[in-house]
Design a protein around this ligand. Structure first.
Ligand code: ADP
Length: 248
């Protein structure tokens, strides 16, 4: 098939083409300081899209805008072809975004099971589906332990599971490998990949760990000072690009 035949007709809606999240010309400022400058981003069902970049360039701020935790100054955000630019975070969660914030933000004094129930409340449900424990079996063993007693890797698994209890169509993850030992990083990567393949969910990932991106993501965007300065499929994430845009 020629490249031209792969293009959707102009009249096709995003949802018909599996585009779950579409960010257009997004700008955002903290007070006088402009942090995001004209970002365009599309995340399709069945794909893992990664945003990379050095500290302080605006990656977390982008995710917070996507989640509706910050209010953009310009641009638009749509989910499944519907405009959500002015919709609150709660509506975005109900519409199918699951968010795993940086630092995991689990409740240390609540048990694993109680932490998962907090995630369920967003969807108006109360019983944790057993399926959640099959994704990360360690959480079943730990279900009566307090969140604060878990290792960093287990807390990340809990944070991801908490986002999954509502059965999201897009998972938004902010640096899931941060502070986690390598064997758990690989397990988390494999689980995310499996979810994408089996459930056809979309994943938007902020990640600085290049090997993880190369192994698990489909495509990448590199951000610098609030703009995307490079993007491509993961095979194009070569060493010279990493040196130029990502090395400290
Ligand atoms: P990254 O995730 O790439 O490390 P952030 O999105 O956290 O970057 O931050 C982008 C910029 O916005 C940084 O310069 C940071 O200092 C600034 N910033 C982040 N949060 C706030 C805030 N609540 N108020 C003002 N400036 C902020």
């Amino acid at each position: 098939m020629s490249a031209a035949l792969n293009q959707p007709p102009v009249s096709a809606t995003n949802s018909e083409w599996g585009s779950l999240l579409e960010v257009k010309d997004l700008e955002f400022s903290y007070g006088e300081v402009q942090v995001l400058r004209g970002l365009d981003l599309v995340v399709e069902a069945g794909k893992i899209v990664c945003v990379m970049g050095r500290n302080g360039v605006g990656k977390t701020t982008l995710l917070r805008n996507v989640m509706g935790l910050e209010t953009l100054t310009k641009g638009s955000i749509s989910l499944g072809g519907k405009d959500f630019t002015r919709r609150p975070a709660s509506e975005r969660a109900t519409a199918g975004i699951g968010y795993v914030p940086q630092g995991r933000q689990i409740f240390p004094r609540l048990t694993v099971e109680e932490n998962l129930k907090v995630g369920l409340e967003a969807a108006g449900k109360t019983i944790v589906p057993d399926e959640v424990y099959t994704i990360f079996p360690i959480l079943w063993e730990m279900r009566r332990r307090r969140g604060g007693d878990l290792s960093g890797g287990q807390q990340q698994q809990l944070a991801i599971s908490r986002a999954l209890v509502t059965n999201p169509s897009i998972l938004v993850l902010d640096e899931p490998t941060e502070g986690i030992q390598p064997n758990v990083i690989t397990e988390i990567g494999k689980v995310i990949r499996r979810l994408v393949e089996e459930r056809n969910i979309a994943v938007l990932l902020v990640e600085q760990y290049v090997d993880f991106v190369r192994e698990f993501a489909d495509s990448f965007h590199v951000m610098n000072r609030g703009s995307f300065v490079a993007e491509g499929v993961t095979d194009e994430l070569d060493d010279s690009l990493v040196r130029r845009h990502l090395s400290v």
